[in-house]
Every structure is written in structure tokens, then in C-alpha cells.
Design a protein around this ligand. Structure first.
Ligand SMILES: [Zn+2]
Ligand SMILES: [Zn+2]
Length: 322
């Protein structure tokens, strides 16, 4: 059998042609001549057909072309853009196939759904971060903001942020992002999360819920001090069980989170004090607040004039050694 185009003898017949002539005579890809892109004026997202895609126009186009160009019998289909040309490659019966076409890109400007919802103040969830019994520290607020705004960047947004007693409220445009931020914050701060949905109305015959996520951060923290059974402990482990060390005897205790409710968190801060005199079993130190001399038992060698860390709690002074 011979190819009807070039007359070459053929083993496998493609519509009467050899594979080379067949490939030359056929179109394998349906490459569009024009593409319409809508760009969000506010965030720069791109819409091709009906879907808004975040990121650069190049990525959006590539994504769109990969999903929308039809090809027949082609394996290893690839598409790329070079300037205003779309280039498609692949293999047909293990022979390379290639097609390219100039494309006209029509750009329009509009505002994406996410931005229009955000501008309208719409939100799906409130994420409340709260510290038990006290206010969040500046460091905790900073970490919390970082997590929430990072999550919000992935398709969500924060429409409002409010400082509240004991913490912060974030009004978020996306429930899933709020849930995921709550999970991360909960792990990070060894806290607990609760969710409460509230019905806010109907949409297309379906009930619409808004979720409130509350992340409770425990008052105790790693490196902080707590009182258990009249003794002072320093928290050194915030794992599954909370590890605490008696700052006088070194004795360790491990409590579950539930058991931690029996613990009193010591709000006092460590201070620096100076050793005035040192004897065999005790030292005299100067209370930095009232300049009184206090005698305490000596846990280790200390020299006169040395600075030590102390904690004042219930009229007693503890050496913290920290
Ligand atoms: Zn041929
Ligand atoms: Zn936008």
C-alpha cells in the first residue's frame, strides 16, 4: 500500500496516508483566535470564562488554555504562550505534533465577586480570639494577625478587625478560611476552639448560616508561673500534658488541660535583685521594689553583688534561676 500524498510505501494507514502526510494534513488542536480577560480593578484577579483566578495574567492564561483547548488523539499535550502566540505541542502515535496561532487578548476591567462582597461588608464568619482572664500580649496579637491575614489572602478576606476586651474579633469573608485560621491559632496557642452557627437568612431556598469561631487561649503560658497547692511552679512544657517544675524543689508535675483549671496563674513578673551577702545556707538579697533586705535559702553558690532573678508572690520572694 502506498501513501496517496507522497507515494511512499506504508505499513500503517491513516486515511490512505503515511503518518507524516497525515500529520501535515490535519489539525490536532482547536486554538482560539481571541481570548477575553476580565481584570479585577481592586485585587488584580483575572476572569476567563466564568471563573476568577488570583495571580498573574500569565498563570491565569496558562491555566485557562490547559483546561480549554480541545485536542484530538494527542498525548503529552502541552500549551505555552510566547508573546501573543499560543503554542501547542504533543504526540500523535509517537510522532511530535505542533501548532501555533496568534491570539488577540481583549482586556476588560471590572470588580471580582470577592472584592464586591468585601466592599459591601459581607462576611461569613467571625473569628474571635480570646485570652482567658486577661488580655492578649502584643506578641500574641501580632502572631494572631499574621495567621489570619495570611489565611485571608488565600481567597478570603478580613472585612473588619476589632479589638475587644481580652482579644480580637476578625470578620471574615470565607468560612473555610476562618475555620482553618482558628485551627492554626488553637494549635499555636494551645487553646481550644468552639463553633456556633447562627442563621442569618435564606438564599435560593437554602438557609444561610454565619459561623462564629472562638479560640480560647489559656492564661498560662510556657515560661510563666502558676501556683499549685500553695507552691510555685514554672510551666516548661505545653504539649498534650502541661509540664510544670516546682521552682524551689525542682519537682515536676504533669497536668491535663482539664486539671489546669485547678491551677492559679501567677500574674506577677520576674524581677532582678542583687545579692547582698551569702552564707552557707542562705543569702540576703535586696528587694528592688522597697529596698528591704530579705533572707532566702540558698539553692546554689551565689556571690555577693551577683544579680539574680526573683519572683514576688504572696509576700514571699522566690529565686527563679531564670
Ligand atoms: Zn505520505
Ligand atoms: Zn478582586
Amino acid at each position: 500500500m502506498f501513501c496517496v500524498e507522497c507515494g511512499k510505501e506504508i505499513e500503517e494507514d491513516f486515511d490512505g496516508m503515511c503518518i507524516e502526510c497525515y500529520i501535515k494534513s490535519r489539525k490536532f488542536f482547536e486554538i482560539p483566535g481571541t481570548i477575553e480577560i476580565t481584570v479585577c480593578r481592586n485585587c488584580g484577579s483575572h476572569k476567563l470564562e466564568s471563573k476568577w483566578i488570583e495571580g498573574s495574567m500569565e498563570d491565569a492564561l496558562k491555566n485557562f488554555l490547559e483546561g480549554s483547548i480541545k485536542h484530538r488523539g494527542v498525548k503529552k499535550f502541552r500549551v505555552k504562550m510566547e508573546g501573543s502566540r499560543i503554542i501547542c505541542t504533543g504526540e500523535f502515535h509517537e510522532h511530535p505534533v505542533y501548532e501555533e496561532r496568534e491570539v488577540e487578548i481583549k482586556t476588560r476591567y471590572s470588580i471580582c465577586e470577592k472584592c464586591s462582597r468585601m466592599k459591601g461588608g459581607y462576611f461569613e464568619a467571625i473569628l474571635q480570639v480570646r485570652k482567658d482572664g486577661t488580655n492578649m500580649t502584643d506578641e500574641e496579637i501580632k502572631l494572631s494577625d499574621e495567621v489570619v491575614y495570611k489565611k485571608a489572602g488565600h481567597g478570603g478576606y478580613v472585612t473588619k478587625r476589632e479589638k475587644k476586651h481580652g482579644g480580637i474579633d476578625y470578620y471574615m469573608g470565607d468560612k473555610k478560611m476562618a475555620a482553618s485560621a482558628a485551627r492554626i491559632l488553637s494549635d499555636m496557642f494551645h487553646g481550644e476552639t468552639s463553633i456556633s452557627p447562627s442563621l442569618v437568612g435564606m438564599k435560593d431556598g437554602r438557609e444561610m448560616y454565619r459561623n462564629t469561631y472562638v479560640v480560647r487561649i489559656p492564661e498560662y503560658a510556657k515560661g510563666g508561673y502558676v501556683e499549685v497547692g500553695g507552691r510555685v511552679f514554672r510551666v516548661f512544657d505545653m504539649g498534650k500534658r502541661i509540664g510544670m517544675r516546682d521552682i524551689e524543689t525542682g519537682e515536676k508535675k504533669y497536668f491535663s488541660r482539664n486539671e489546669m483549671s485547678k491551677v492559679k496563674v501567677i500574674g506577677a513578673e520576674e524581677m532582678e535583685a542583687i545579692v547582698l551577702s551569702s552564707r552557707e545556707k542562705e543569702v540576703q538579697i535586696l528587694d528592688p521594689e522597697n529596698y528591704k533586705t530579705v533572707v532566702i535559702s540558698k539553692p546554689e553558690d551565689m556571690e555577693v553583688g551577683e544579680k539574680v532573678r526573683i519572683l514576688k508572690w504572696k509576700d514571699r520572694i522566690y529565686l527563679t534561676g531564670g
